[in-house]
Design a protein around this ligand. Structure first.
Ligand code: ZN
Length: 151
């Protein structure tokens, strides 16, 4: 495994639309491992493949030491409500802003075994999932910030 360089600010890799993963190969699994290691090294809550310069649809989210989510081709199935809260992004170190998100979402994707998994997220997990899935479309949290704040 390896910690990868996280693309930042105006890096064009962050604006690319990520492509669907057709086959879960050993290289894909290695990338997934690297993404987890990179996220953990940076003490982040989540990371999407475009942030390490790979335009593929995969995200990792960590809500706790033993609470790791790895999703390949994640899709937002449903969302409910709207809530404004402060968030940041490993690609924009030191920047925080108030972003409206749905506090309840259902996301579907594949796990590393290629099995379809359905994740129901609320609160911070719902926010993290929406933030990471946005990355796959080249959409960044700074696009959605209502107000930048100091943290
Ligand atoms: Zn981000």
């Amino acid at each position: 495994m390896a910690v990868r360089y996280i693309r930042k600010d105006n890096d064009p890799a962050l604006r690319q639309k990520a492509r669907e993963i057709k086959e879960i190969t050993p290289a894909i699994l290695r990338l997934l491992d690297d993404m987890v290691e990179t996220m953990d090294a940076a003490q982040g809550l989540g990371l999407a493949a475009p942030q390490v310069g790979i335009p593929k649809r995969m995200v990792v989210v960590r809500m706790g030491k033993n609470d790791l989510l790895e999703l390949i081709n994640p899709a937002l199935i449903s969302r409910e409500g709207k809530e404004v809260d402060v968030e940041g992004c490993l690609s924009f170190p030191g920047m925080y802003g108030e972003v409206p998100r749905s506090p309840e979402v259902v996301v579907e994707g594949l796990n590393r075994e290629g099995k379809t998994v359905r994740v129901k997220g609320t609160g911070l997990l719902a926010r993290a999932l929406q933030h990471e899935i946005d990355h796959l479309e080249g959409v960044l949290f700074v696009d959605k910030v209502l107000k930048f704040v100091d943290k």
